[in-house]
Design a protein around this ligand. Sequence first.
Ligand code: SF4
Length: 91
Amino acid sequence: MREGVIAARIAAHAGDLAKGVPGAAEWDLEFSRLRQARDWEGQLRRCMDPRRARALRHERRAAHQEVCSMCGDLCVFKISDDVKARARKPG
Ligand code: SF4
C-alpha cells in the first residue's frame, strides 16, 4: 500500500513537471543542489519517501559518510571539491 502511494506521488510529480506546474521544477533543482552539496539530511527531508530513503542510506552507507553508495569515493562532486580545495592551497 505504502509503495503504491509513493509511486503515485512520483507519477504525479512527473506529471506536474510535464505540465509546467509552478514549483515542480524548482523542487528538482533544489534537490540537485542538495545532492551536489552532499547535504544528505536536506535530501532526506525533501524526498518522496524519507523513511525508506533514510533506511536505504543507513543500509548501504559508503565507506565515507560524505558520499552516497552509488559512486562512493568516485563521487564527481567530492572529486570536484577536492580538486578545487587543492587548487586554492598556496604553493
Ligand atoms: S556518489 Fe554518485 S550518485 Fe552520489 S552524489 Fe556523488 S556523483 Fe551523485
